[in-house]
Design a binder for this molecule. Structure first.
Ligand code: HEM
Length: 466
């Protein structure tokens, strides 16, 4: 299948040269896609991995053949950690469907319903501003502040409470999650995918990861237990309460139900893992891009001043009148694609895609980075240019090729929540501050740090009070 396009030997050589010095996977696969075509395969052992590099091929697979391409590959390490529960890595089928449908509608209930999440995001933004103000006009590292704030929004929704940024339990939880994610990308632990029993070795990163798993489980299970003890069926406070009530409801009618407290634990873990790094990295990218493009920052602030002013907190209702702000967030998401290779899918049947046979069990990687940097779709794709999302009257253009949340049946479950957080937090920050990149600082490389999500390289920033 390699060589699906008429690649020149020059680009082939260029790709090989790239192998000789480390190149982040999203960039390497994008180059290979340009050389070999929009659908090419690699082998890891005997397993075919098929990379989809342009919008039409991604849509053909994930939307037009959704029934075949909605499963996730079984990765031994992930299976050990998730027990195949939760939503993100659950096998495609009726359990995933029910759990996702329930979780999604409960998120919507708390996000957009009566118990709106909006005031909680605004409240969290106030804490962020308080932290930022402590730095005066000195450069500071925005990563921990933004990370804490976004985690707290998940906490508000999942547990009905926020934690102070210096709360020992909260700090420990965040440290454990981030260390756990770091270890799962470590070369040694990846050997578990070849020999799963290595996970039980009593030393090194194997033991550390198992201990983290135990500690995170204890922290989350304690909160779930406290919710169980104080549950009031008439007055569900948060996602956990709603889920527990649903568990009780299901027990009455269906003894085989997949809804139970163990499953709840994995769903909450998914919300933390899928919902925090992605959103906080997008906010961190936004601050970085806006500080490097002060003219665009000024335009967003002018729109904020016109529609909201400096005092009233922003509301989602303002969004419709703020096309430039929305276009700016979209342009940051286009440029940075924090989940650049999406989350792998698996072909559950042998099928044909774009004329090629895709064997059952192939791992499918939709390269969203490549779609968002495709020069056939985007004029000057490497330039930061928010106005590309506006029409000639300054109104927002919806583009189907803009897919930071993926597409198809497994499209991001937190898309609406993430959009709400991004808009309210960014607007709230730009209402109060102008962000500047320190004059003497070196600009970080803009292709990002590839990990579970694509983070900006560390940077410091100055926040000037407006
Ligand atoms: C800017 C923020 C975010 C981005 C860019 C993002 C992006 C993505 C992407 C690309 C996928 C893979 C979709 C696929 O397989 O086609 C995904 C899946 C998922 N996301 Fe997000 N996400 C974000 C925020 C969130 C938030 C806030 C939550 C939840 C609170 C969340 C929950 C999930 C879940 C549960 C899945 C798995 C869906 C499934 O397998 O059925 N995400 N996200």
């Amino acid at each position: 299948m390699m060589g699906a396009s008429s690649s020149s030997s020059t680009s082939f050589r260029k790709s090989l040269q790239r192998f000789q010095r480390p190149l982040a996977p999203h960039l390497l696969l994008t180059e290979l896609g340009r050389a070999y075509g929009n659908l090419f395969s690699l082998f890891v052992g005997s397993r075919p991995i098929i990379v989809l590099s342009d919008f039409d091929t991604v849509r053909d697979a994930l939307v037009n053949q959704a029934e075949v391409f909605s499963d996730r590959p079984s990765i031994p390490l992930v299976a050990l950690l998730t027990k195949k529960m939760g939503v993100v890595f659950a096998p495609y089928g009726p359990i995933w469907r029910k759990q996702r449908r329930f979780s999604h509608s409960t998120l919507r209930h708390f996000g957009l319903g009566k118990h709106s999440l909006e005031p909680k995001i605004i409240e969290e933004s106030k804490y962020v501003k308080g932290e930022i103000l402590k730095h005066g006009e000195e450069p500071f590292n925005p990563f921990p502040i933004i990370g804490n704030a976004v985690s707290n929004i998940i906490c508000s929704m999942a547990f009905g409470r926020r934690f102070d940024y210096d709360d020992i339990g909260f700090k420990t939880l965040l440290r454990l999650i981030s260390r756990g994610l770091e270890i799962t990308l470590n070369n040694q632990i990846l050997l578990v995918n070849i020999c799963p029993w290595l996970y039980y070795l009593p030393f090194g990163c194997f033991r550390e990861l198992r201990q983290i798993e135990l500690d995170v489980t204890a922290f989350l299970k304690k909160i779930i237990m406290q919710h169980r003890e104080s549950l009031d069926a008439q007055n569900p406070r948060d996602f956990t309460d709603m889920y527990l009530l649903h568990v009780d409801e299901e027990k009455k009618t269906n003894s085989e139900s997949s809804f139970n407290e163990d499953y709840l634990f994995f769903i909450i873990a998914d919300l933390f893992i899928a919902g925090t790094d992605t959103t906080s990295n997008t906010l961190l990218w936004s601050l970085l891009y806006l500080s490097l493009h002060p003219q665009e920052q000024k335009k967003v602030q002018a729109e904020i001043d016109l529609v909201i002013g400096r005092e009233r907190p922003p509301s989602l209702a303002d969004k419709a009148q703020m096309p430039f702000t929305e276009a700016t967030i979209m342009e940051v998401q286009r440029m940075t694609v924090v989940v650049p290779l999406s989350i792998p899918r698996m072909a559950s049947e042998t099928t044909k895609l774009q004329g090629y046979t895709i064997p059952k069990g192939s791992v499918i990687i939709p390269n969203l980075w490549s779609v968002h940097r495709d020069p056939k779709i985007w004029e000057k794709p490497d330039d930061f240019h928010p106005a590309r999302f506006l029409d000639e009257n300054g109104q927002l253009l919806k583009k189907e090729t803009f897919i930071p949340f993926g597409i198809g049946r497994r499209v991001c479950m937190g898309e609406q929540l993430a959009k709400m957080e991004l808009f309210l937090m960014l607007v709230s920050l730009l209402q109060t501050f102008t962000f500047q990149f320190p004059e003497d600082a070196k600009k970080p490389p803009m292709e990002g740090r590839f990990g579970l999500t694509l983070a900006p390289f560390p940077y410091n920033i100055i926040a000037l009070k407006r």
